[in-house]
Unconditional design. Structure first.
Lengths: 112, 114
């Protein structure tokens, strides 16, 4: 059973703080990792992808990957109330079929 | 708008009826995916097409579900003899293919079975 685990939250942070979202996965064959943002009632929106160990930065977002620990995280700097959403971690196992396995998501609440 | 589109956005049907959803992927994307999402859960994979070939189906996809992508462009997902447990958001996503696994989702079709 290939699993992706996330703390459901909610994670509450004040505006301007750093939000740290974490995800663990069970399958060591996992190759590609993605973070999606999903506002209530909307569909998931891709915000970050990461494929190799280390950090990847894009604006206020930083994705971190540690394949040895089977751990991927998302940092959001200078959090804004508009960042309040559910953040989904998704993992692809390179089976050739490129399907994604999602976690249940972590709800982030950024208070003004 | 050149993103993934889905139609209809909402569907209310009575138990036992058949429903069909349509997905139009991003034009240059050759991979198309269907997912289902219920409240409090992440999307769950249903099926995957590369061009017109259906390459993978989840065990979640019972015999009542069928999907097609006849010309490698748009796709349809049909649910026959709907059940209340089919109520969910049905999401379509597409990706470019090759070594690019980034998937972009459409707005989804929310199905309510009464």
């Amino acid at each position: 059973q290939k699993e992706v685990e996330q703390n459901s939250g909610p994670l509450s942070v004040p505006e301007g703080a750093i939000a740290s979202l974490n995800c663990t996965y069970s399958d060591r064959g996992s190759q590609s990792f993605f973070w999606y943002r999903q506002y209530s009632g909307k569909s998931p929106e891709l915000i970050m992808s990461i494929y190799s160990n280390g950090d990847k930065e894009d604006g206020r977002f930083t994705a971190q990957l540690n394949k040895a620990s089977q751990y991927v995280s998302l940092l959001i700097r200078d959090s804004q109330p508009s960042d309040s959403a559910t953040y989904l971690c998704a993992v692809n196992i390179d089976s050739g079929y490129s399907t994604l396995t999602f976690g249940k998501g972590t709800m982030l609440l950024v208070s003004p | 708008d050149t993103g993934v589109s889905q139609d209809p956005r909402h569907k209310i049907t009575k138990r036992g009826q058949n429903v069909t959803f349509r997905c139009d992927p991003i034009s240059e994307h050759n991979r198309l995916y269907w997912y289902r999402q219920t409240l409090g859960q992440g999307p769950e994979f249903l099926t995957y097409f590369q061009n017109e070939a259906q390459l993978e189906k989840s065990r979640l996809l019972s015999d009542r579900f069928s999907a097609e992508r006849p010309k490698g462009s748009f796709s349809t997902l049909e649910i026959q003899r709907t059940e209340q447990g089919d109520s969910a958001m049905y999401l379509c996503a597409s990706s470019l293919g090759g070594s690019n696994y980034e998937q972009y989702f459409g707005p989804g079709t929310r199905l309510t079975v009464t």
